[in-house]
Ligand binder design. Structure first.
Ligand SMILES: [Zn+2]
Length: 317
């Protein structure tokens, strides 16, 4: 295993520990995610190459920002082999964006990006010419080969922490960046030491052109669902988010990045177009439901982040 693969595996384990303690969610999640399908991942050669996909067609963001994926006829959608053969778009995953507190553990700090560092990471992306894209744009690109802006990137935020709204978004606004926010609906409006966005804040993000996605009701591992769990964890949260935003919710992020085939089927039944995991290899049969992301660590300088993006999303692996 390469450094990055070892690190991803390590991060996944950390994430499960951190999430389980932070969200008081499933007691089973921790153990399950530790023995997750850690099938071998392809080695990502760490070389100094540009993080761009220079051979992709570059068009201004404005021309491609209003894709409606429901208008793509089924017959026009590429098959799994074609989708997986396309150059990957780098996708970053953030959790909390706030300054570290003394009590934050060493491991938790991988998921907490201090404000100044987040500012620097966003500036690096802007200075390097990156353009954020929506999941609708990603979907149109993967299924039809639709053009993307030059140096496309997706910024995703999990769980729905309030600091994403109050601190991260204003920094992103300076660069015209849009994000995708995967909300865990049980926590909507929760206050206290670690507060979460309320309905009006989620609606405001959606109205401002950010995308709202689903991250289950209470962060249980989808591999454990049976029977009514699909309704509680996916169907009802989807409905709730659609009521809040007044828009269809078509994208899902797996808690802990963990997925299985039954989950991909249940998501399809409920009109989900794509689902996001973490850095494991995409599934050859279900590339749209195993889209890869890397966690942008609170320890990573802009340069380290850039190197990690280049290494992880290089090529079609
Ligand atoms: Zn989460």
């Amino acid at each position: 295993m390469t450094y990055f693969n070892r690190r991803n595996l390590f991060l996944l384990t950390l994430l499960s520990v951190f999430s389980a303690t932070t969200f008081s969610c499933s007691s089973g999640s921790k153990a399950d995610s530790r023995q997750a399908d850690q099938t071998s991942t392809e080695s990502a050669d760490v070389k100094t190459v540009s993080a761009t996909d220079e051979d992709s067609k570059a068009t201004p963001a404005a021309q491609t920002s209003t894709v409606d994926p429901t208008t793509i006829p089924p017959g026009k959608k590429a098959d799994a082999a074609t989708i997986i053969a396309r150059q990957q778009v780098p996708i970053l995953c953030y959790h909390q964006v706030r300054n570290w507190r003394e009590k934050d553990s060493k491991t938790a700090r991988d998921y907490i990006v201090p404000l100044d560092l987040f500012r620097q990471q966003m500036k690096m992306l802007a200075d390097s010419g990156y353009h954020t894209i929506s999941p609708d744009q990603l979907y149109a690109y993967l299924t039809t080969g639709a053009a993307l802006p030059s140096k496309p990137i997706m910024l995703t935020f999990d769980d729905g922490d309030l600091d994403q709204y109050t601190d991260a978004v204003p920094i992103m606004n300076k660069h015209g960046f849009k994000g995708t926010f995967f909300i865990m609906t049980v926590a909507i409006g929760r206050r206290g030491k670690q507060p979460y966005m309320d309905k009006s804040q989620i609606k405001a993000l959606s109205d401002a052109g950010h995308t709202i996605g689903c991250h289950t009701w209470d962060h249980h591992n989808v591999k454990k669902y049976e029977g009514k769990d699909w309704v509680t964890q996916i169907e009802e949260p989807t409905k709730k988010l659609e009521e809040i935003t007044g828009k269809p919710v078509r994208y899902f992020a797996y808690p802990f990045g963990l997925w299985n085939y039954p989950a991909t089927q249940e998501l399809k039944k409920r009109n989900y177009l794509a689902a996001f995991q973490l850095a494991e290899k995409r599934d050859p049969q279900e590339p749209l439901y195993t889209v890869r992301r890397i966690i942008a660590s609170g320890y990573w300088s802009p340069k380290t982040l850039h190197n990690a993006m280049v290494a992880s999303f290089k090529g079609t692996k």
